[in-house]
Design a protein around this ligand. Structure first.
Ligand code: GDD
Ligand code: MG
Length: 353
């Protein structure tokens, strides 16, 4: 039994103004017209033996998520889409703990969960399916399986895995730039892709061992949630008060860094984390001047820029190396080298509201 779990509760601040709290990154349409969430659901549904895909997200995104899933549901009519709905975000440890409790209750502790962030791209579905198979074999042996990506830059937004074959010697979440440089230079480290594969019961045991407070509060929250839910339903709303009591942490810090049963399989399937406007830009083909245009634009002496418009005509003259993203109610203009700082705009906007 393999149950993919889609996590889509994050905001994606670096992709403002398209990604917002009300319209987060997973719903963002890529240049090919599909959203990341839509692609994730289709990718999960296509895996062998999958009968149900559980999405854990904010309750405000329930109807929109179901709409996004419609096309894939026609292709895979045997796959049910079930939901665990959060009243607010409590980070990934809480979401995964509750997911593991639900899967254990619905099936049993031996059921294998495949955690999939809703904001990644994977190019090669065949290679992905083969890696998942390998991961399932290791999960059967009681491992928490990660998917390791060969790093090409000292990214500080990722987790790093020191690997020897399938064995993980060390997992380090979001190291400093200096440390990341050292890891990448050593050739012994992989990036953590953020996807995980494990038996529900094994993950719960690891929570008990390394994050007992998260485990206890998640269990209390699950029991209250279940007692308030009538009968069997494809959609469960998590109880707010008990959910608020779960300590906020990511699965990477709470469990993966501490666990001694972490394993890794190679994630050689064209993975990318669509984290910034530069990553979106890379998905499009540049013209002769190095410009990439999504929507309508007139450019005079403009080079190496990404221009995205929605309904309005964008005109630019004499510019180089810029990001321009126009939406009906907000416009972003930024130096391409500062794409990571878009989240600072979001922080300032929060202070203004
Ligand atoms: N349901 C729910 N609730 N989902 C959440 C929440 C939450 O409170 N918080 C985050 N998520 C979802 C995000 O939408 C995303 O799909 C996934 O969980 C991972 O969260 P991020 O916030 O994007 O994590 P990260 O990118 O900083 O780091 C993780 O991913 C990296 C690779 O992209 C870590 O696992 C790193 O180790 C890894 O390298
Ligand atoms: Mg992320």
């Amino acid at each position: 039994m393999l149950i993919p779990i889609i996590l889509s509760g994050g905001v994606g601040a670096r992709l403002w103004p398209i990604s917002r709290e009300s319209h987060p990154k997973p719903f963002m349409k890529l240049p090919d017209g599909q959203s990341l969430l839509q692609k994730t659901f289709a990718r999960a549904s296509a895996l062998e033996g999958v009968r149900e895909v559980l999405t854990i997200t904010n309750r405000e995104h329930y109807f929109k998520s179901r709409d996004e899933y419609q096309p894939a549901k026609k292709t895979f009519p045997g796959v049910a889409d079930t939901f665990l709905l959060e009243p607010f975000g409590r980070n990934t440890a809480a979401a995964i703990a509750l997911g593991a409790l639900k899967v254990t209750a619905d099936f049993d502790g031996k059921a294998i969960m495949l955690v999939l962030p809703a904001d990644h791209l994977i190019e090669d579905q065949g290679a992905f399916a083969a890696a998942v198979k390998q991961a399932c074999d290791l999960a059967e042996l009681g491992k928490l399986v990660t998917f390791g990506i060969v790093p090409n830059a000292p990214e500080t937004g990722f987790g790093y895995i020191e690997a020897e074959g399938h064995t993980v010697k060390r997992f380090v979440e979001k190291p400093s730039y200096e440390t990341a440089m050292e890891y990448v230079g050593s050739g012994h480290y992989l990036w953590n892709s953020g996807m995980f594969c494990f038996q529900a019961g094994v993950m719960l045991e690891q929570f008990k061992l390394h994050a007992p407070s998260i485990y206890e509060h998640a269990l209390a929250c699950w029991e209250t949630t279940r007692s308030k839910t009538q009968g069997s339903t494809p959609m469960m709303e998590i109880d707010s008060d008990t959910f608020a009591a779960i300590p906020e942490n990511s699965i990477d810090y709470a469990v993966m860094e501490k666990s001694e049963v972490v394993a890794v399989v190679p994630g050689d399937f064209g993975w990318s984390d669509i984290g910034s406007w530069n990553a979106i830009s890379d998905l499009t083909v540049p013209d002769g001047a190095g410009n990439r245009i999504v929507g309508e634009a007139v450019l005079v002496d403009v080079g190496n820029s990404y221009i995205q418009s929605d309904g309005r005509m964008v005109a630019a003259i004499g510019l180089d190396n810029l990001l321009i993203v126009d939406t009906p109610d907000a416009l972003l203009v930024a130096d391409r080298g500062r794409a990571q700082d878009v989240k600072k705009v979001v922080q300032q906007l929060k202070l203004m509201n």
